[in-house]
Design a protein around this ligand. Structure first.
Ligand SMILES: *[C@@H]1O[C@H](CO)[C@@H](O)[C@H](O)[C@H]1NC(C)=O
Ligand SMILES: *[C@@H]1O[C@H](CO)[C@@H](O)[C@H](O)[C@H]1NC(C)=O
Ligand SMILES: *[C@@H]1O[C@H](CO)[C@@H](O)[C@H](O)[C@H]1NC(C)=O
Ligand SMILES: *[C@@H]1O[C@H](CO)[C@@H](O)[C@H](O)[C@H]1NC(C)=O
Ligand SMILES: *[C@@H]1O[C@H](CO)[C@@H](O)[C@H](O)[C@H]1NC(C)=O
Ligand SMILES: *[C@@H]1O[C@H](CO)[C@@H](O)[C@H](O)[C@H]1NC(C)=O
Ligand SMILES: CC(=O)N[C@H]1CO[C@H](CO)[C@@H](O)[C@@H]1O
Length: 393
């Protein structure tokens, strides 16, 4: 028991130190050599500290002004409140970790971690203009968790803690509470004054995306192939809606046949849960969830669990062809990603956890607003309207 504890401790310290070192390296001198992935896959940990590319040119220079414990003076209990509220939420809803992970990912991927994903459509007369309503977001959940935490923080320290920081901290805490790795989160993010609908549709990796498309979209955000494979490991927990899987079961890429990469026993297994009717558009576009309808008695909004343990089982399943999403299984479609999947599957999940941790730190710092940029929202779904400049209408 005590040896487990101390091993855990050593692991955490090692990760903390290397992660902090990586984070400090985030702000390279401008004459940076772009050290890209080496063509051969090696799990030498030094490659994870490569320099951050300029993803959002107007914002990258301010990454360094995020701080460790930014709220220590104005709201010293902030991080504790996030953690304890998150723990309560998790007791009530075991899926909240996966839901927050997706919400976090969608926020940071589009224009940076600025809570823009939390904004409601600001002009209800126009058709969907909020990121929240963008097609790949349709099944996002967890907005209410952020609202709950925000409420607690507003009670304790009004107007101080940004929604962007809450989302990043709550996601980290939810991952730890689910048995995932701890990583340090720098704070001081500010909230955006608008959402980014047009980008949201085009730049979010799709569940039916092929490997080159997935890698391309992650690379646009500065992620290496290795970091991309590690981040997809976040699919090891949570549930995946059958709507995202069904196109693989009955009409793969318009062929009218199942995805040939699905082993037959697995095909049967998921068809039992999801049905195999032709409910979705034949062009393979993101399906529209329709509530209260069913195919052969199977609810159209049913879902499959992708697991509940934060470990390497995601990669082990891919090796057996048992990835749920096409985009997951596509990690076995290129040699480089296949080698990474094998590496992550081959130990007890240690390498995955270290790499996942580093990639999450990197994602948490993408395109943040700091200082006097943006604002601190009072309600996460609404920009502060007292500042006339911030009014989108
Ligand atoms: C979350 O998981 C619980 C079981 O732990 C399930 O009953 C519930 O429907 C799930 N909620 C959502 C929103 O998927
Ligand atoms: C934002 O929209 C959600 C439902 O989509 C609603 O529950 C919430 O009250 C809205 N927030 C504001 C500030 O309008
Ligand atoms: C949404 O708005 C765009 C232009 O802003 C328009 O072309 C499109 O037809 C609208 N869609 C709907 C469903 O109203
Ligand atoms: C991968 O997807 C992209 C975008 O959908 C497409 O342009 C490309 O041709 C696909 N590549 C392969 C090898 O199928
Ligand atoms: C699904 O639809 C496609 C084309 O629309 C058709 O060729 C195929 O047979 C259908 N599959 C099933 C299982 O009904
Ligand atoms: C929104 O914030 C950006 C970045 O801080 C700023 O440049 C812009 O002027 C703001 N827009 C409005 C309408 O306030
Ligand atoms: C267009 C659409 O389906 N938008 C959805 C995006 O996600 C939010 C939160 O789950 C839904 O309320 C929207 O309806």
């Amino acid at each position: 028991m005590s040896s487990t504890v101390s091993r855990g401790w050593v692991f955490m310290v090692v990760v903390m130190v290397s992660v902090l070192a990586a984070a400090i390296n985030l702000n390279p001198p401008s004459a940076s050599s772009s050290s890209s992935d080496s063509p051969t896959v090696s799990l030498d940990s030094s490659s994870a500290t490569e320099e951050q590319e300029s993803v959002f040119p107007s914002r990258t220079h301010i990454i360094s002004s995020l701080q460790y414990e930014f709220y220590r003076e104005k709201c010293p209990q902030a991080e504790k409140i996030v953690r304890s509220t998150m723990a309560q939420i998790l007791v009530r809803n075991k899926n909240s970790t996966a839901q927050l992970l997706r919400l976090f990912f969608h926020d940071c991927f589009i224009q940076g971690c600025d809570a823009s994903v939390l904004l409601n459509d600001s002009n209800r007369n126009a058709n969907h203009s909020a990121e929240k309503d963008a097609i790949p977001n349709r099944t996002l959940k967890g907005f209410d968790y952020i609202d709950t935490i925000k409420q607690e923080l507003e009670d304790a320290c009004p107007g101080i803690v940004s929604c962007a920081d809450i989302l990043v901290l709550a996601t980290r805490d939810a991952i730890v509470l689910a048995g995932g790795p701890f990583y340090p989160v720098f704070t001081g993010r500010r909230d955006s004054n608008r959402s980014y609908f047009a980008q949201a549709t085009a730049e979010i990796p799709r569940p039916d995306g092929n490997i080159s498309e997935t890698l391309r979209l992650f690379a646009l955000r500065g992620f290496t192939t290795r970091q991309t494979v590690a981040l997809l490991g976040g699919h090891n927990i949570g549930k995946i809606g059958c709507d995202f899987i069904r196109p693989r079961l009955n009409n793969f890429m318009g062929t009218g046949q199942p995805d040939p990469s699905i082993p037959s026993d697995f095909l049967l297994e998921i068809s039992m849960i999801c049905g195999n009717g032709n409910s979705t558009s034949s062009d393979g576009a993101a399906p529209t969830p329709i509530r209260s309808r069913s195919i052969m008695g199977i609810a159209l909004d049913s879902s499959i669990s992708s697991g509940s343990v934060f470990d390497a089982h995601y990669y082990k399943k891919l090796l057996k062809g048992r990835g749920l999403l096409f985009a997951d299984q596509q990690l076995m479609a290129s040699q480089e990603t296949t080698d990474l999947v094998r590496a992550y599957a081959s130990d007890d999940g240690t390498t995955f956890r270290v790499d996942f941790t580093r990639a999450m730190v990197k994602m948490s710092n993408l395109g943040v607003l700091t200082g006097s940029q943006g604002q601190v929202r009072l309600t996460c779904s609404r920009v502060v309207s007292s500042n006339l400049q911030n009014r989108p209408w």
